[in-house]
Design a protein. Structure first.
Length: 228
């Protein structure tokens, strides 16, 4: 999914060079839990009002989709493309249900963008396998500190991996102008809960990490609350 470019969109700030695990709010998928059916994945997404309550901002624009988008073209750094999504290469083709939702505070010249992605799989083993294949620790480690250019927009990004585990990941992207960050950032959280793979991306000036973590925790809580 291409990050909207109506305003120079950047990525958050975080400088951890080592990979650490276990910092995500979501627990590992539990095979004893009831699975989320494909028809209920949309109920896991936070509404514009709920997002606004977290960020203290009114969101006026929204877009959704039922299939993952093609990942951004990062040229020679294509192995890191999931860090600007995640999108089709992350979720694969084995999901049973998928929803994407993007919200902005304004349709044009926005300052806040939030993206949510949720996908249900057949069972906990399938979702854990999908997550592990996409968020490979070795690949993620190589992307840490990488500066890549989106070939469609000519926007330059620097990736910072904050944590990675078998069922969760956190990272940030910094947008650069003339090789310098401009202070606008996107904080990302991805994780697994039951048979669901989810991700949250919050873009704003300053640190969007706390908001992304709060939204991810709420999605994980909603996953746990689904009754078949």
């Amino acid at each position: 999914m291409k990050t909207p470019q109506g305003l120079l969109i950047a990525v958050g700030v975080a400088c951890l060079g080592t990979l650490i695990a276990g910092l995500l709010p979501a627990a590992a998928a539990d095979s004893t839990d009831a699975y989320v059916p494909a028809g209920k994945v949309e109920s896991l997404l936070l509404s514009a009002d709920e997002i606004g309550d977290v960020l203290g901002v009114t969101f006026e624009w929204q877009k959704d989709n039922r299939r993952p988008y093609k990942s951004d073209d990062l040229g020679k750094d294509s192995a890191c493309a999931l860090l600007t999504g995640p999108d089709v290469e992350t979720f694969g083709r084995d999901y049973t249900g998928y929803r994407f939702q993007a919200d902005r505070d304004k349709a044009e010249k926005w300052e806040f963008t939030v993206q949510q992605r949720v996908a249900a799989y057949a069972d906990s083993d399938a979702v854990t396998q999908a997550f592990g294949k996409a968020f490979n620790k070795g690949v993620m480690a190589k992307c840490n500190g990488t500066v890549a250019t989106n070939k469609d927009t000519d926007v330059q990004w620097r990736f910072r991996i904050k944590s990675i585990s078998p069922t969760g990941a956190r990272w940030t992207e910094d947008q650069l102008v003339d090789d310098e960050p401009i202070g606008y950032g996107c904080s990302n959280v991805a994780g697994v809960a039951r048979n669901v793979l989810y991700s949250v991306k919050v873009c704003q000036y300053g640190n969007g990490g706390p908001a992304a973590a709060t939204m991810a925790e709420r999605i994980a809580t909603q996953v746990a609350g689904v009754r078949v």
